[in-house]
Design a protein around this ligand. Structure first.
Ligand SMILES: [Cu+2]
Length: 193
């Protein structure tokens, strides 16, 4: 079964002018390293599960903390807890409050932090793990970036670089996790879960 987003991309790729962008999209999806999102594109104003893939430690050292900055416009963030890891969330006031289930939401999660509670829970360099959160994509299409800090027993890695054009992570040494927000197909739903 085709993932709806890839189906969207395929449909769009049939339109003139999109073929090149779609080609780049598939190439970049095939050459992953660092901390990246499993699903690099999502439709605007819809529920999105951000699966952040941690593929290695800090030059061989095990990871004990993963800190994710939630980009502006991405709201309703709920992280998935991890056994053995303590979950923390920082919040900020929203410039533009919105309604959810008839309730006014005037603040949003700005940062999610997973901290391993004991060395047994540390993510070894030889292992792979995913850190997952869910939320709603911004209403406006474009590129948004999740900056990720990975702290290890020795050293740390900051996946925080963004490209000025937003077009790709090519040439960046330590890119933030990039999410392409695609135009909605039917004007956007507004409440998706
Ligand atoms: Cu890497």
């Amino acid at each position: 079964m085709l993932n709806p987003i890839f189906k969207t991309v395929l449909e769009r790729s049939l339109r003139p002018g999109f073929a090149l962008a779609a080609g780049m999209f598939f190439i970049s999806a095939g050459t992953q390293a660092h901390v990246t999102l499993e699903e690099p594109a999502a439709v605007a104003n819809t529920g999105y599960k951000a699966v952040l893939r941690v593929t290695h430690g800090c030059e061989g050292s095990a990871t004990h903390t993963v800190r994710v900055q939630i980009p502006a416009g991405f709201v309703g963030t709920k992280p998935i807890p991890k056994p053995g890891w303590k979950l923390e969330m920082q919040r900020v006031k929203l410039a533009e409050p919105y309604d959810s289930h008839g309730r006014k939401i005037d603040e949003t999660v700005s940062e999610v932090i997973w901290r391993a509670q004991s060395p047994e829970a540390f993510l070894a360099d030889a292992h792979y793990d995913e850190f997952v959160l869910r939320g709603q994509t911004p209403p406006k299409p474009g590129v948004i970036w999740f900056k990720v800090q990975q702290v290890c027993e020795k050293g740390e890695l900051n996946w925080a670089e963004v490209s000025s054009t937003g077009s790709s992570t090519k040439g960046l040494k330590a890119p933030a996790a990039r999410l392409e927000v695609l135009p909605g197909l039917s004007g956007g739903g507004g409440h998706q879960h």
